[in-house]
Design a binder for this molecule. Structure first.
Ligand code: TXA
Ligand code: MG
Length: 318
């Protein structure tokens, strides 16, 4: 198993492997990512192959800061405002792409998704390698994003040379993605940074992502029917759980014992987000035929959490 702790020597090893064109799994504050040199077609091809990801689904490029971002994309005043407030952090900006990023990375879209991660391990590897790093979540396509190094190993273990272990990811769900590539800023994927926060920072209303999105936006997870889903069939419930469910995930039930689970450890949405994918993996370990998950309060971070839960249910509800 290629899992190693985040020591200075191992971070140097990760950077050297990346400079040689290999893929390496690294922790971010949201979920673990599978990183490769974003300027290399050969290196990024390895990401698609390891993940079994369709070439039509573009990758997020991670940068060390605004200066590097400006070499990869056409920057604008909205990007300036949002990056000043939320970078480094769980916010991805979609901007018109410049020529350094190969078309393979962006699935031929004229835009590129950029994020400056806050995790010190990922940040250090960005600095040591000097490269922008393409890094989707380190899971096989359409599976649950990994929030621990062990989960990465379950997904991709024998396919990649190195997994850097820095423990459990603090946030636990993927970054918010905002399209700033035209006149109509839009949220393409809800995440830890909420609509309310983004609108307050920009001083304007963000449009709702809709079915009339341009072709380049179609790869965003909203358009895959089941994404972020466990193998266990999952239904959504409100009030009483359906009788046929063999396991139940409540939003907050402090005394829960398997096959009952409490999503949140303290009743907060933050704690619920941090545990969601871990609990999905737990369901799969038990081979339940049907599990039910309770609706979450949808204010603030609850919008992103509700989005992931509905997708995991594949729009089934009890
Ligand atoms: O928190 C995160 O964002 C994690 C960590 C590793 O940084 N990354 C992540 O990457 O979730 P991924 O590939 O699993 O999800 C990124 C989504 C993809 O589904 C893709 O469709 C969308 O971002 N995307 C990437 N480039 C895009 C672009 N130019 N326009 C629209 N959507 C884009
Ligand atoms: Mg993903």
């Amino acid at each position: 198993m290629p899992i190693v702790p985040a020591t200075p020597e191992n971070l140097q090893r990760a950077a050297s492997l990346l400079c040689e064109g290999a893929c390496v799994a690294l922790p971010t504050e949201t979920v673990y990512g599978l990183a490769a040199d974003a300027t290399s077609v050969a290196a990024c091809q390895k990401i698609f192959i390891a993940k079994e990801r369709p070439f039509s689904d573009p990758l997020i490029v991670h940068v060390s800061g605004v200066e590097q971002a400006k070499r990869l994309a056409r920057w604008n005043p909205r990007a300036e405002k949002l990056a000043a407030k939320y970078w480094p952090g769980p916010l991805t900006l979609v901007l018109p792409k410049l020529s350094l990023i190969p078309d393979l990375v962006t699935a031929d879209c004229p835009t590129v998704a950029l994020r400056c991660p806050a995790h010190p391990v990922f940040h250090e590897v960005l600095l040591l390698s000097g490269l922008p790093l393409a890094a989707p979540s380190a899971n096989r396509f359409s599976r649950v994003s990994p929030t621990t190094a062990q989960a990465v190993a379950e997904e991709l273990g024998e396919r990649i040379p190195l997994i850097i272990d820095a423990g459990r990811c603090e946030i636990g769900i993927e970054s918010t993605i905002v399209n700033l590539s035209d006149d109509q800023p839009r949220i393409l994927r809800p995440g830890f940074v909420t609509r309310e926060e983004l609108e307050a920072t920009l001083g304007e209303t963000l449009a709702r992502a809709s079915s009339t999105s341009k072709p380049c936006e179609t790869p965003t997870p909203g358009n895959f029917k089941v994404h972020y889903s466990p193998l266990t069939a999952l239904v959504l419930f409100k009030g009483a759980p359906p009788r046929e469910a063999q396991a139940r995930i409540y939003f907050y039930k402090p005394s829960a014992q398997p096959p009952d689970y409490s999503l949140s450890e303290d009743g907060s949405l933050e704690s619920a987000a941090a545990r969601l994918y871990e609990l999905f993996r737990e369901l799969d370990r038990h081979n339940y035929t049907l599990a039910a998950i309770e609706e979450v309060p949808e204010e603030g971070l609850g919008a992103a959490l509700g989005d992931r839960i509905r997708r995991a249910c594949g729009r089934r509800s009890a």
